[in-house]
Write a protein that binds this ligand. Sequence first.
Ligand code: UT7
Length: 327
Amino acid sequence: MADQSLLKRAVLTGAGAYLPEQILTNEDMAKRVDTSDEWIVERTGIRQRHFAAPHETAAYMGAEAGRQALEKAGLNPESLGAIIVATSTPDQAFPATAVRIQASLGAKKAFGFDLSAACSGFIYGLSVADAMLRAGQVKSVLVIGTEVFSRLLNFEDRTTCVLFGDGAGAVLLEARDVEQGGPGLLSTHLYADGSLGDILYVDCGTHDNRKPGHLVMHGREVFRHAVNLLAGAVNDALAENKLSADDIDLLVPHQANKRIIDGVGKKLGLPAERVVITVHKHANTSAASIPLALADAIQEGRAVPGKLLLLEALGGGLTWGSALLRL
Ligand code: UT7
């Protein structure tokens, strides 16, 4: 008979990352637009970004990150249940990036779909995977964030083109019966406000035929909303789990701007050593930024079994959200 005291949880069993080979420093960007290393570092914390080569598509990078996550977990791709890909830069409108990745991994029994929630996509993906795993629909889900934002950038707009980079990160979540206090996703909180859709968007789509599309952002407006909305999302996560900021071992935030990350960290009263920062080396990789930061923290030995992680993101939509995850 099943042990009634055990909880069914989505447990992280592997993580992976992929970054394109090509690195562009702020000095490289200053050769293309009227900007400077000093301005970019002071306003954002960014020092460099990776830009994808033609073969490094969202599907290619996502498959590389996903393969690593499966290997770390020791799961045969043929046993994988589902693939959720968070991306705003899919290779094609369809087939979904997720099913391209399914083919590349040889994950023959997995179904898959893409999810569009801009920079919050990975948190949205975790939330959907969590529900699927706890409901018993599947036993394992690969959640991937993969982006080639370099292909959306307007290199005549210095206010946006210096901010973004390319890459992919992935986690494997598996359904496990765990004891109270054991590993797994404790909660996810998702939010959206479509009335703010015009402060961060891509100016193409099936509603018009302008090509190529460019990312457009009213940065100051997004910034103004970010810290307060993110603080609300993390407070909801803590309150639901009857936790305080002191219980958080690591904040793993979306990496858009170091000033936003510091603002949320300060509101929580978290010291710098409990906040994961990768924006200086990856820039803003949208849906890929949290799994890339998580893989970085695991690689550095900061995110180890037993640690409690608070994840948060905000992006176009606006969409935002938080997740509490014990490793
Ligand atoms: O991931 C999705 C969510 N996105 C975000 O969270 C991004 C949120 N926003 C931000 O991170 C910031 O608003 C930015 C980094 C985008 C901009 O920083 P800011 O401190 O809000 O700068 P600003 O837009 O107020 O611009 C200040 C000045 C302007 O010049 P004037 O009008 O004061 O003379 C800009 O023209 O900085 C100028 N500027 C630049 N100068 C050099 C804007 N971009 C650049 C640049 N290089 N790249």
